[in-house]
Design a protein around this ligand. Structure first.
Ligand code: MOS
Length: 735
């Protein structure tokens, strides 16, 4: 029986629920010291004096670092590239400047964490304070065209200006989304230790061990072979652990100076200024359509804030490049504004999840303006050619997602008139949105070891960040070798294993998984070769193509041999296969590869209290072939919950005078909890996509967080007749 396609449970599930899985902060390291970071309360200016004398005398303190005594770190090369995966280019404790609230001004290292934290409170700092620049509608007017860092900043296809004037109906709107933080369950943690020969080992809660290794090698000017990074389990990444942040460099350098292991764990409050966030956006969109609702033009522009030292772009307007066709043309653009904050970063479904708020709420507004059903409007504007590049989509099951989703949801029973559906005191609303998500093709290596007991081991330096990566890799290798899934072990998250890309961009299944497939195929082919021509060859004289891998070994017609027998005959302890997946970049391929979804939300609104409750949600997804319907369903559940937070709860407000993020914990920053989430229905509507990956899969994880919020906002409009264009939809906006 094939393992791929089965809803098998997690390889590491028991370890995780019994506390057996060792997360970074759990790593026991003899003699490890604890670091505590002291932060600037001001957002702009410089330090005039820092008095560390009392801290240095405090119990247990081993060292206090400020910019005066911190060793110099090599300035980071811009622009951002995969080899320099910094979270922010500004290095802390290197000068007296203050660029953002929460910037480190000192690091205390002590025997115990409480000692380090207490000593930190004894440090007194005097500041020269300047007013901070914050992001709002007024300051955003000063935004500028940034240099490109991922995709082109501006785009224009066809004649968008004409397309916009040609339309009989025009929707021109501004939508805004809030600053948000990742708030992973597991706070950031790092432990660094140097051995006597100058080899550095870093245990890190991260999404990419090789990215961290290569970056540290550059920043500290040491060869990558002298750096080992280990990250076996991560309690949520969401992009916040994808890049290297200042606390990691502080721990590494402090450990080198003190010659003892140093551990730094961020507190929840520290995570708001130490490790990136999703920047707010102000998006302006114009849709034009003929009288039937067929789009003639789209213009979508987005402005977002960044730090004063990095040109981070939130590519929100990208959402409109390839989602729907528009006969006249489509143009998009992005601007950024330097503000006093730490550098923003990717956060689960960066770019797309923000841009779809504008595109998909505007589509709902257009549907009402034209008088056409919102599902029908999307079917009308579905396209099999990517409007942006002109290439055909490799696969695009948007139509199936919309029609099957609508049918299962019972969309046809919906009365389209706002405020027309009620359940007792609640107004009922139903909304829909479609989504498109980027597919990346990246290289990845893996090794599969077939062992003499007939089991196999998958080894690759990819990451498990909570998605089920161990489990799906086991399934891929099991099928290639004809082994039951529980006969395959998986080792990940270690730079001593074959190099893989980071667990970002929903790329792991399709790319790192392809590396595993190739490695497993390679070891299977070696086994077949032994069966044909090795010692005491059981299938001598046959051809390789006639041999199957099944039931823990190989079969030729009715003849079979187990792998353990085969290895024993050849006096081998192991048989090793290497996989090196090295695909053509998506942008250079013949087809446009994206994943798609259609999402259906139902809300109950209590008008007197201004409360929105999600009562039903259905997601229909085209993410290509599904390797494990259980872990994929879990991804979708997580993505929907993430989108509910974006729609209704999550916002990091900034103090306009002090320039600080205000509520830096789970009581001030609201995320959905169990009671906020009803039964969720998940449908998979995709098919095997050979262009996307040899596994037939497309990006899934982050796709599921895209367009959840607009579906909910559209449902709120249907329920109440109120169009909210500023997320999240909080009580005061509805009353
Ligand atoms: Mo994701 S924001 O690419 O970790």
């Amino acid at each position: 029986m094939s393992a791929v396609g089965q809803p098998i449970t997690r390889l590491e599930g028991r370890l995780k629920v019994t506390g057996g899985a060792q997360y970074t902060a759990d790593v026991p390291l003899t003699g490890a010291l604890h670091g505590a970071i002291v932060h600037s309360p001001i957002a702009n200016g410089r330090t005039i004096s820092i008095d560390t004398a009392a801290a240095e005398r405090a119990p247990g303190v081993m060292a206090v670092f400020t910019y005066r005594n911190m060793p110099r770190i090599r300035p980071i090369q811009k622009p951002w590239v995969h080899l320099h995966p910094y979270g922010q280019s500004y290095l802390v404790l290197q000068d007296d400047q203050i660029h953002y609230a929460g910037q480190p001004v000192a690091l205390v290292v002590a025997d115990r964490l409480d000692q380090a934290a207490y000593a930190g409170t004894l440090i007194t700092v005097q500041y020269d304070v300047k007013p901070p620049v914050v992001f709002n509608a007024e300051t955003a007017l000063g935004a500028f065209d940034p240099p490109q860092f991922l995709w082109p900043v501006n785009s224009s296809v066809g004649n968008p200006a004409r397309g916009l004037t040609d339309g009989a109906v025009r929707i021109e709107r501004v939508y805004t989304t809030a600053d948000r933080h990742h708030n992973q369950m597991e706070p950031h943690a790092t432990v660094s230790t140097w051995d006597a020969r100058g080899h550095l080992t870093i245990f890190e809660a991260c999404q990419g061990v090789f990215a961290l290794r290569d970056f540290v090698s550059i920043a500290l000017e040491i060869p990558p072979e002298k750096v080992t990074v280990i990250s076996r389990y991560v309690g949520g990444g969401f992009g916040g652990k994808a890049y290297v942040w200042p606390h990691t460099l502080l721990a590494i350098v402090a450990a080198r100076v003190i010659q003892r292991p140093v551990r730094i764990q961020l507190t929840r409050a520290q995570m708001y200024s130490m490790a990136g966030h999703q920047p707010a956006t102000i998006q302006t969109i114009t849709l034009a359509a003929d009288n039937t609702g067929k789009l003639t033009g789209i213009r979508h522009d987005s402005v977002s804030p960044t730090s004063v030292f990095d040109d981070y772009i939130e590519y929100a307007a990208n959402a409109s490049r390839s989602l729907w066709g528009a006969s006249g043309g489509i143009s998009t653009g992005h601007k950024i504004l330097y503000t006093n904050r730490n550098t923003p970063t990717a956060m689960r479904a960066p770019h797309e999840a923000l841009g779809h708020v504008a595109t998909e709420i505007a589509m709902d507004e257009l549907a009402y303006a034209v008088g056409v059903d919102p599902v029908a409007l999307r079917l009308l504007n579905d396209t099999l050619l990517d409007p942006y590049t002109g290439r055909p989509f490799s696969t695009r099951a948007m139509r199936r997602c919309l029609t099957e989703g609508a049918q299962r949801f019972g969309w046809n029973d919906r009365n389209p008139v706002p405020r027309s559906m009620r359940d007792g005191r609640y107004l009922i609303g139903q909304g829909v949105a479609g989504a498109i998500y980027t597919h990346w093709r990246w290289p990845s290596k893996a090794r599969v070891v077939l062992r003499s007991d007939g089991s196999a081991l998958v080894e690759s330096g990819m990451q498990e960040i909570g998605c089920g990566t161990y489990t799906v890799m086991r399934q891929v290798a099991a099928d290639a070798l004809g082994l039951p899934a529980d006969k395959v072990d998986v080792h990940l998250g270690d730079t001593r294993l074959p190099a893989s890309h980071s667990a970002i961009g929903s790329t792991t299944m399709s790319n790192a998984g392809a590396g595993v497939l190739l490695a497993a195929n390679a070891v299977r082919d070696k086994a077949i070769a032994l069966a044909l021509t090795g010692r005491d060859a059981p299938f001598a004289g046959a051809t390789a193509n006639d041999v199957l891998s099944v039931n823990g070994g190989l079969a030729l017609g009715r003849q079979t041999i187990t792998y353990s027998d085969l290895l024993a005959r050849n006096r081998l302890k192991v048989l090793i296969g290497d996989g090196n997946y090295d695909p053509v970049e998506e942008a250079k391929g013949p087809t446009a590869i994206f994943s798609f979804s259609a999402l259906f939300a139902e809300v109950q609104v209590d008008e007197e209290l201004g409360l929105v409750r999600l009562s039903r949600f259905l997601g229909a997804y085209d993410a290509g072939r599904i390797i494990n319907p259980r872990t994929a369903r879990s991804q979708a559940i997580g993505g929907i919950i993430w989108g509910v937070g974006q729609a209704l709860l999550e916002q990091s407000e900034t103090d306009p005078v002090m320039g600080r993020f205000l509520h830096r914990n789970y009581s001030g920053y609201l995320v959905p909890s169990n009671a906020d989430i009803p039964e969720l229905e998940i449908i998979f509507a995709g098919e095997f996509d050979p262009e996307a990956s040899p596994l037939g899969t497309k990006g899934m994880g982050e796709l599921t967080a895209v367009a959840v919020a607009p579906a909910i906002v559209n449902a709120v409009y249907h329920a109440t007749g109120k169009r909210i264009r500023d997320l999240p939809v909080t009580v005061e906006k509805l009353l």
